[in-house]
Design a protein around this ligand. Structure first.
Ligand code: PHE
Length: 450
């Protein structure tokens, strides 16, 4: 069924290399910056519960399907989808899944790199000791000052895009495994230290209560959509990144086990980030719903008061920036791989796509009056909303339908690497029925139809 004539893409040396690359893609600003701030915005417990349900019932099954598509298609998302739809004798317009993925990647990178720019700025500010003994008002004022300093916003956004482009242009994205293997564990340990600080010095009880006791009256249709969108965003799902990485996965390894490993790591890191940030928020009278700045106005409180906080905090932001980098390269890799297949030189493809994302970031910087307009949306909110909450879940819906209903069951069964018939049937059933229905219900709820 799949075309065995073409030269297969180079495979990862072993399953761990794939796990590292996929984890590098999944773990990023989504976990440490976005999860806490949207949890704060959408009221805590009930939102977290819906998010966890989306990860389990929709994210993981769809992620398994997306890796499988990559493994069978052995190419970038657009070519993979075209080839697989020819093999499955269905319309070639299924390649739209790949096209929308490349677009979504560009849109996400646009605002992602602006926020990564904040993190880079904070590396410098923290090492410089700007937060030493600063109180929460001082820290909030520093963040506000950054947001109105267009020159700095542009500089750091541009630096981040340039570094991303350089890594991609040299084709080093697969080598990122090394960075992930060494630096992710360090980031994880630093998060644990921050968690310890939160438990000792912050209001940990309130944080636990806020994050884990669901109040469903706070759950709007919007909140459910954002939770679903974030399940896709945080797992790097629905836009071809995981498909592209899946193309390099060795045939022998189990897709399901690998995906579960990545999803668990990703979820644990997000929860720990939340549990580190909210005790500081509550102990210092910060607003949980203060928006995208939440991490930047809460964590420096810890860095300002612990011993060697400047070094510790600076290192933390270095690692956050690197985690953002290993995600950003996966946002752009599918598009570059696609252009490469069309015989566009890798560096030219990289230059074109990263320039588009850079322009998108500039649009965010110029259209967002970050401080005043809580309610008016600028490019930042629009890009984030359309790409994460609509395009990624739609991509996921089509992936679920394609693998669940269009590919031959036998082909799926043979390549999925799930040994036990029972487990396979559970996954297959969830993918065919529960995941698509779940996504559709969330969409309907968001527009108030159910
Ligand atoms: N998963 C990444 C994060 O949590 C963001 C991302 C989304 C990366 C989509 C690739 C694709 O930061």
């Amino acid at each position: 069924m799949t075309n065995t004539q073409t030269t297969p893409a180079p495979t990862w040396q072993n399953r761990w290399t794939f796990i590292l690359a996929a984890t590098g893609s999944a773990v990023g600003l989504g976990n440490i910056w976005k999860f806490p701030y949207i949890t704060g915005e959408y009221g805590g417990g009930a939102f977290v519960l819906v998010y966890l349900a989306c990860i389990l019932l929709i994210g993981v099954p769809v992620m398994i399907a997306e890796v499988l598509l990559g493994r069978l298609g052995k190419s970038d998302p657009i070519h993979s989808m075209t080839r697989l739809s020819i093999d499955a004798r269905v319309s070639k317009s299924w390649s739209i899944v790949g096209i929308s993925g490349v677009l979504a990647g560009l849109m996400i990178l646009s605002f992602y790199s602006v926020v990564a720019g904040w993190a880079i700025e904070y590396v410098i500010a923290t090492f410089r000791g700007d937060f030493a003994n600063a109180d929460k008002d001082g820290i909030a004022a520093q963040f506000s000052a950054l947001l109105v300093n267009k020159q700095d916003l542009i500089t750091y956004h541009s630096i981040f895009i340039a570094v991303t482009a350089t890594i991609i242009a040299f084709g080093a994205s697969r080598g990122i495994g090394i960075a992930v293997r060494v630096l992710m564990p360090v980031l994880f340990i630093l998060l644990l230290v921050l968690l310890g600080y939160g438990i000792q010095e912050g209001d940990f009880r309130s944080a636990l209560h806020f994050m884990f006791s669901p109040d469903f009256s706070k759950l709007s249709g919007d909140a459910v959509l954002v939770a679903l969108g974030h399940a896709f965003f945080t797992l790097s799902l629905g836009m071809g990144a995981i498909m592209t990485y899946g193309a390099y996965m060795p045939q022998t390894s189990s897709v399901a086990k690998t995906v579960v490993t990545v999803a668990v790591l990703d979820t644990v890191i997000a929860l720990i980030a939340g549990l580190a940030i909210f005790p500081l928020v509550f102990a210092n009278g910060l607003e949980p719903s203060s928006g995208p700045g939440l991490m930047f106005v809460s964590l420096p409180i810890a860095f300002g008061s612990i011993s060697n906080g400047a070094i510790f905090g600076g290192l933390f932001f270095v690692l956050v920036s690197i985690a953002a980098l290993s995600s950003s390269i996966s946002l752009i890799e599918p598009g570059v791989a696609w252009l490469e297949r069309l015989n566009v030189k890798r560096w030219i493809g990289t230059l074109c796509l990263t320039l588009i994302a850079w322009g998108g970031g500039m649009a965010c910087i110029y259209s967002n009056d970050w401080l005043e307009t809580q309610n008016a949306w600028g490019a930042f909110e629009w890009l984030e909303h359309i790409a994460s909450n609509i395009m990624l879940p739609l991509g996921g819906l089509f992936i679920a339908i394609f693998v669940g209903w269009k590919l031959r069951r036998g082909l799926v069964r043979k390549n999925i690497g799930i040994q036990k018939e029972l487990f396979f049937n559970i996954w297959y059933g969830v993918l065919r029925i529960i995941a698509p229905l779940g996504i559709i219900v969330v969409f309907l709820k968001a527009v108030n139809i159910v």
